[in-house]
Ligand binder design. Sequence first.
Ligand SMILES: O=C(O)CCC(=O)C(=O)O
Ligand SMILES: [Fe+2]
Length: 206
Amino acid sequence: MSLLPDVDVRDPDALADALRTHGACRLQGFPGDAASAALRTDLLRLREDLPFVPASVGRGTGLAHHAATRGDATLWLDDPRAGLAAADYLGALGALCVALNRRLFQGLDHVEAHYAAYPAGARYTRHRDRFRDDDARVVSLVTYLNPGWGLDDGGALRLALDAGDVDVAPTSGSVCFLSELEHEVLPSTHARYSIAAWLRRRPARN
Ligand SMILES: O=C(O)CCC(=O)C(=O)O
Ligand SMILES: [Fe+2]
């Protein structure tokens, strides 16, 4: 049996329960096949037209760019150039945030998300999304936009659950986990596309 439970996005009680019990789950139906296809189309188009920014690690004065630690390039979904699919995604994420806030994580009141493009060979070494000096990120959600991704293509998300490490192939659909959980992105054989999103306690971004 997989260590990661499958939860339907229409059942926020089950989602809250899975996060409480396991710390992570796959999220079925989010954002849906049509939305995923539109997001991938937009991401690929935006990659051509817009400079994605090499991602940084840390925050505030500790912010730094280390390609060996983190090799993706990103574009925030609330950027006015990000397009309609991005706006719809943020709307769906906001609804999920409200639903979870009612059940488990009181004080969740803001979402943030960025497109991420990892070139072949790029990785994101083991980290937490919740910073030592800023605990605003409570729940992390990653949506994969790589239909046809194969078992040999690498690029798994490795989640350090209490029950042991679990690898998630970055093909399609979404995975949701507590932002305090350690995780990493393993290098892949070719470009890997995704959206990384967070449900937050406060609106500030660094
Ligand atoms: O793309 C993934 O699987 C995870 C990305 C991640 O850990 C992050 O952006 O913080
Ligand atoms: Fe992360």
